[in-house]
Design a protein around this ligand. Structure first.
Ligand code: FAD
Ligand code: NAP
Length: 309
């Protein structure tokens, strides 16, 4: 493809501009994009779609694409909206007055499915001022809708799964939520916690808020690896919450790695729900009386989840 053809395709297919890009490290970024059209109405917790042409360059060192995709098409993926909660002066962001959307993205170099990752190796080549595609719709049922003003809210995430929680946290703080709020995130390395300073600052300002981070691959972690599930079994989560994990007045939000979430499958013969072999958070909490959302039967419980793959 010639540079002219590429410029034509970019003009035709892209509808947004990168207005701010924070590379937390070479494999993790917080990116703000401004759409050409007015930003859609949405709720914290929902997700949109990002896209880049297959003609765009890919980050070196990523799994090679063996199947050559249709070069004039867009590679598209879903991304939860994120939020830095505070503005550059340290005040709570006045989001209705802004015209960008924030995304928190990790580079996937290899997949375990045999097919090479299509979008993130291209997203990580972007610089401020570059153009990309943003889907017209922002959607999703992973929102604060079921949460009452005095309820305890627990956000549990792995990796970039903390993105929607940060946006929901902003909303809770903005509306003066009265109940306790705890947010926990489990990552491989300390450097993978892009929002840690902001959470530290917020904990100092809001007595009802606590943030908890776990690493699993720093020196010393291997000997005693602690996952999100262990926070529940050990009582550490309740400690930070300052009250028992009571299903009556607590909403738990789970986002990120499906193994941490552990959605049960339905047995084809008996119709019973079967938990994964390695327990996820859903199993631990259901055994304590919590109930999980079931979209297929339109059931809304007090465990809500968003799987990233
Ligand atoms: C509703 C929804 C919201 C999402 N929000 C985010 C988000 O806010 N930030 C984000 O980085 N990703 C998010 N994802 C994942 C995202 O859609 C892409 O799958 C991811 O960016 C990889 O794209 P890819 O084309 O490079 O690789 P793909 O070809 O999509 O490879 C998929 C494989 O990459 C791994 N993977 C995908 N996403 C992640 C991740 N976030 N962390 C760790 N491993 C991962 C898994 O092994 C998965 O099988 C979300 C997915 C869904 C369904
Ligand atoms: N090189 C780097 O510095 C670096 C850093 C971040 C991401 N990445 C890339 O980014 C991609 C995604 O990585 P990610 O770390 O964001 O996501 P991830 O692989 O989902 O890991 C996030 C956290 O979830 C933990 N986890 C794994 N299995 C679990 C389970 N069964 N229950 C509960 N928690 C579990 C992980 O621990 P474990 O340590 O046990 O896996 C890790 O602490 C990968 O493709 C990777 O190559 C690279």
């Amino acid at each position: 493809m010639t540079p002219e053809q590429i410029n034509d395709l970019r003009r035709e297919k892209y509808n947004a501009t990168v207005v701010r890009l924070r590379k937390v490290h070479p494999e993790l970024m917080v990116m703000r994009v401004r759409q050409d059209v007015r930003r859609q109405k949405h709720k914290p917790g929902q997700y949109g779609v990002l896209g880049l042409g297959f003609w765009e360059p890919r980050m070196p060192g990523c799994q090679e694409e063996t199947r050559i995709p249709d070069a004039i098409k867009l590679a598209r993926r879903s991304y939860s909206l994120s939020c830095s909660v505070l503005d550059d002066d340290g005040a709570l962001l006045d989001l209705p007055q802004t015209d960008w959307l924030e995304f928190y993205v990790v580079l996937v170099r290899n997949t375990d499915r045999g097919e090479a990752p299509v979008l993130t190796p291209r997203l990580f080549m972007l610089r401020e001022g570059d153009r990309l595609y943003v889907g017209e719709k922002i959607t999703g049922a992973y929102t604060l809708d079921p949460v009452g003003p005095d309820d305890a809210v627990v956000f549990l995430a792995t990796g970039t799964g903390e993105a929607p929680h940060n946006y929901m946290l902003w909303e809770l703080l903005r509306r003066g939520h009265q109940g306790r709020i705890v947010s926990a995130c489990c990552v491989r390395y300390g450097k993978d916690l892009a929002y840690r300073d902001i959470h530290d600052e917020l904990m100092g300002r809001y007595a009802n808020y606590a943030y908890l981070s776990l690493t699993t691959r720093e020196a010393g972690d291997e000997a005693h690896k602690i996952y999100i599930q262990d926070l529940i079994s050990s009582g550490q989560l309740e400690n930070r919450l300052g009250q028992p994990l009571n299903p009556v007045r607590t909403h738990v939000f789970l986002c990120g790695n499906p193994k941490m979430i552990g959605v049960p499958e339905k047995d084809r013969e008996t119709g019973e729900r079967v938990y994964p072999e390695t327990p996820g958070v859903i199993e631990l909490l259901e055994k304590r009386g919590f109930q999980t959302d079931q979209a297929n039967i339109k059931f809304k419980g007090n465990i809500h989840y968003e799987e990233f793959w």
